[in-house]
Design a binder for this molecule. Structure first.
Ligand code: GAP
Length: 498
């Protein structure tokens, strides 16, 4: 069977050093990934572009970097401890554990056939779809456990006391207690030291609202941006880095006066949609999808998702819309909840109008890993060149991991030395360049095409004769001659930096 586009992207990601399975030499860890030398540059370039456009290029947004472990009351106030859960179901046939709300829908009571144990060669089993109206996403069975709520937050303990050891030490005394008292004692032991890895960066901005207001001399409308790791014990992980348990978010909370929130919601929805296109993502692969009322999170008055059409495989074929970013109108929900729990006044007093209000919040919340995956998928292209397939990643130059490949045409006549001079000049200018002298020049160009390198500089006989080099452009493969001196400035200009 021919490889699907996604399979090709996954194998290129590994071959070229974008994404590796975590702990691969030990058999890998499900849904955990490492970024290789090219992947780390791609993701860093995305985060840098986001920070530049969301913070540095604006006078109404400041940055923040909060700790991943926060006071557990943060999660009590935000509602995450009580309600940040997914409906979990077990398949009794193939033992898959999955999310009920993401499972394939089917008409309750209708007949189905699946294979015993979910195995291809298993005996055929006839069954019916249960009253909940879905089947197992792996084997299609309707023989499923009841749904139970599963909290997505990772719990750990802070301090030198190990709650598991404490429970073990208390086991004898616990057996004597009646069940409800036993549960209470156990919960008491766990709760004393329990802390959580943050499931979103957003709460750091809410609990620091006063700190930022008092230290940065900002006033609404203003935003606080943060980029950092978040953790969710996802039940279903899939499609490389699309949904993982550890991921990076790029979130901004924009505090506005109530009544102006709808204006800012529209403003940020449009701005964030345009951002992906400004970095080269194809417009036809992007859409803005407004949430239906039933889909809205408990805190949101409105929400739109920026979605990308990923080449994921699914039963209908190739291609699926997936969320890159959500823009939500969170109203004053979070500030009010933290105000109530902490008993701190989180309102804003506007001196000119003598008005006091709790700001509303518009939140553009993006994922750095999802964006990296989408930019990787979007850049992937194959074309026939001189009877051979050329695989190329057409990254926007700002996102390209390596900006310039430096190649001596041959390994003699002083050409490697000239190429070395160019490398030193580019590195000194902070332009990520890569030197390659091994193999035929055509092969080297192809390797750099696969890495998404927008330009290659080649030193050749003319370099010795008149001090000029060849600059080859990745997408058009056009070659032009430019002077060897001033190359760093030449590329800096092309990268839009001066
Ligand atoms: N503060 C709001 C919030 O966290 P979200 O839609 O749950 O909203 C925002 O997350 C973005 O974070 C998503 O659009 C997605 O890009 C990214 N994200 C969320 N869960 C993820 C996961 N399990 N793996 C990778 N990225 C994830």
């Amino acid at each position: 069977m021919p490889e699907s586009t996604m399979q090709k992207i996954v194998s290129l990601a590994k071959r070229r050093g974008f994404i590796f399975q975590s702990s691969e030499i030990y058999g890998g860890l499900k849904a955990c990934y490492d970024y290789g030398p090219l992947g780390v540059e791609l993701k860093r370039n995305i985060k840098d572009a986001w920070w530049r456009d969301m913070v540095h290029r604006r006078d109404d947004v400041v940055g923040l970097d909060c700790s991943i472990i926060m006071h557990p009351d943060v999660w009590r106030a935000s509602g995450h401890l009580a309600g940040f859960s997914d409906p979990l179901v077990d398949c009794r046939n193939c033992k898959e554990r999955f999310r009920a709300d993401k499972a394939p829908r089917a008409v309750p009571g209708s007949a189905l056939v699946c294979r015993e144990g979910g195995k291809r060669d298993g005996r055929k089993l006839a069954g019916t779809v249960g009253p909940a109206g879905y089947v197992c996403p792996v084997c299609g069975s309707g023989d499923l456990s009841p749904e139970r709520q599963f909290n997505l937050m990772f719990r750990t303990s802070l301090g030198p006391v190990d709650p598991v050891q404490e429970i073990l030490d208390a086991l004898d005394s616990l057996v004597e207690l009646e069940p409800s008292k036993r549960k209470e004692r156990l919960a008491g032991i766990v709760d004393r030291t329990a802390v959580y890895l943050r499931p979103e960066t957003a709460q750091g901005m809410f609990v620091n609202f006063l700190n930022v207001l008092n230290s940065a001399r900002v006033k609404p409308p203003f935003g606080v941006a943060q980029c950092g790791k978040s953790y969710r014990n996802e039940i279903t992980t899939s499609n490389l880095t699309f949904r993982t348990c550890e991921f990076e978010q790029m979130e901004m909370e924009f505090f506005v006066e109530p009544g102006t929130d709808e204006h800012w919601f529209d403003y940020w929805s449009r701005a964030r949609f345009a951002w992906y296109q400004s970095l080269g993502m194809r417009a036809e692969k992007l859409r803005l999808r407004r949430h239906e009322k039933e889909e809205l999170a408990h805190y949101a008055k409105a929400c739109v998702d920026v979605e990308y059409f990923f080449p994921f495989e699914n039963p209908e074929g190739e291609g699926e819309w997936g969320e890159l970013e959500g823009i939500a109108n969170r109203t004053d929900y979070d500030l009010r909840r933290h105000s109530e729990r902490s008993r701190k006044d989180l309102s804003y007093f506007e001196a000119e109008t003598r008005k006091r209000y709790v700001p509303y919040v518009i939140e553009p919340a993006a994922g750095a890993d999802r964006a990296a995956l989408a930019f990787l998928c979007d850049a992937y292209a194959e074309e026939m060149v001189e009877g051979e397939i050329r695989t190329v990643l057409r990254f926007h130059p700002r996102l390209a991991p390596i900006k310039v490949g430096v190649l001596p045409l041959v390994r003699k006549d002083g050409l490697p030395e000239k190429a070395g001079e160019i490398m030193r000049e580019l590195m000194a200018a902070g332009i990520n360049a890569f030197y390659d002298e091994s193999g035929a020049v055509g092969r080297r160009y192809r390797r750099l095409d696969e890495a998404g390198t927008p330009w290659c500089v080649t030193t050749d006989a003319e370099t010795n004769a008149n001090g000029s080099v060849t600059v080859r452009e990745r997408d058009s493969m056009r070659q032009t001659r430019v002077p060897m001196t001033g190359l760093a400035e030449h590329f800096r200009r092309l990268l839009g930096g001066g």
